[in-house]
Write a protein that binds this ligand. Structure first.
Ligand SMILES: *Cc1c(COP(=O)(O)O)cnc(C)c1O
Length: 355
């Protein structure tokens, strides 16, 4: 090793799901929405003037923040926006988890949390989910430097109710509690109504799943004015212009179309409920999903084998080679046609196994 290399940071990064590019593929591996963004977004993209790109965007992304304020009934001063909720969550780790005490989160959850903790040198402790992949809320009654819970949780798909989240808040008034609601629009219960009561609560959501805009990179957080201004202060100490002009304009446009949003999330939910029945009939079991994916295990065929078989047929699902979950597949809910093809391929393969 050369001397200068000793000054180089070594870190194991988060590994996102692969982004394959085959014309015939069925992509069910990164929980994207199978439907296009709201029609207003397409219109906006056509109207945008390249000339405007010579100017910096509004640093507070005012237009987008104001629309979020209108749609969710929360004051603009209580809203933070960032480049996907990954950016929002990263900024929250940097701003709110500055204690010497460990930040607590489940052992099986969004695998970015421990990566940020290591990157920002935040001490942390993971709390094991129970045998049914449920969060044990009493684990979070202990002293800590912060709590972060994905609700519904990923990759387990399980959503806990409002009472559950409030219980964790009740027991954690001395640290910031973050609820990552990336999947809440697919049937979860949001903690938004608890914001009035708990000024140490942050609720984080994203445009990537329920609003079909993963490619635009928009995430947002709601919290008390005190917390939101602290996060902006940190963000502005790093990069003042994170939200680009097209994202601000298109994001605001997407929010205006509530009917389209409800139609798309409703369709995903209806497909999910149908697919549950069909996968059950094929010998799969899974927790009761409140998300746009199923976390499924098969009674006799190993998940790794199914993952590779599907992959060869250009059907991509997610497989985590990790303790406790290495016999599960995380399958994103696609269109009805995509799910029909998935079921057809699985059925054919499993019939072959039985013979
Ligand atoms: C997808 C996801 C995110 C981040 O998504 P962005 O595209 O960065 O908004 C955050 N948390 C969870 C639990 C997710 O599944």
């Amino acid at each position: 090793m050369k001397n200068w290399e000793k000054n180089i940071r070594e870190i194991t990064p988060y590994v996102p799901g692969e982004q394959p590019d085959f014309p015939d593929m069925i992509k069910l591996n990164t929980n994207e929405n199978p439907y296009p963004p709201a029609p207003g977004v397409t219109r906006m993209l056509k109207e945008l003037q390249a000339d405007r790109l010579s100017l910096y965007p509004n640093p507070e992304a005012k237009l987008l923040v104001n629309e979020l304020s209108v749609q969710y009934g929360i004051e603009p001063e209580r809203i933070f926006v960032g480049v996907g909720s990954d950016d929002v969550l990263g900024m929250i780790f940097l701003t709110c988890f500055c204690s010497e005490k460990p930040v607590l989160f489940p052992d099986i959850t969004y695998s970015f949390y421990d990566v940020w903790a290591k990157l920002f040198r935040v001490p942390y402790r993971t709390m094991p989910l129970d045998e049914e992949f449920r969060i044990h809320k009493e684990d979070y009654y202990t002293e800590n430097g912060g709590v972060i819970i994905a609700n519904p949780n990923a990759p387990t798909s399980i959503g806990e109710g409002l009472d559950f989240i409030e219980d964790i808040l009740e027991h954690n008034q001395d640290s910031v509690v973050v609820v990552d609601e990336a999947y809440v629009d697919f049937g979860g219960e949001s903690a938004l109504s608890l914001l009035e009561k708990y000024e140490n609560l942050l609720v984080v959501q994203t445009f990537s799943k329920s609003r079909s805009m993963a490619g635009m990179r928009i995430g947002f957080a709601f919290g008390s004015k005190r917390l939101i201004s602290a996060i902006y202060a940190v963000r502005n100490s790093y990069n003042s212009y994170t939200m680009n002009y097209p994202s601000i304009m298109c994001g605001a446009e997407a929010l205006k179309d509530r009917a389209y949003f409800e139609e798309c999330t409703g369709r995903v939910i209806a497909t999910r409920e149908r697919v549950k029945k069909e996968l059950k009939a094929l010998g799969f079991s899974f927790p009761d999903s409140k998300t746009n994916f199923l976390f499924a295990t098969h009674e006799s065929v190993p998940a790794a084998e199914l993952f590779n078989m599907l992959r060869e047929k250009h059907i991509f699902v997610r497989y985590f080679k990790m303790p406790r979950i290495d016999n599960y597949l995380r399958i994103t809910i696609g269109t009805d046609a995509q799910m029909n093809r998935l079921i057809e391929v699985l059925k054919e393969y499993l019939d072959g196994c039985r013979r």
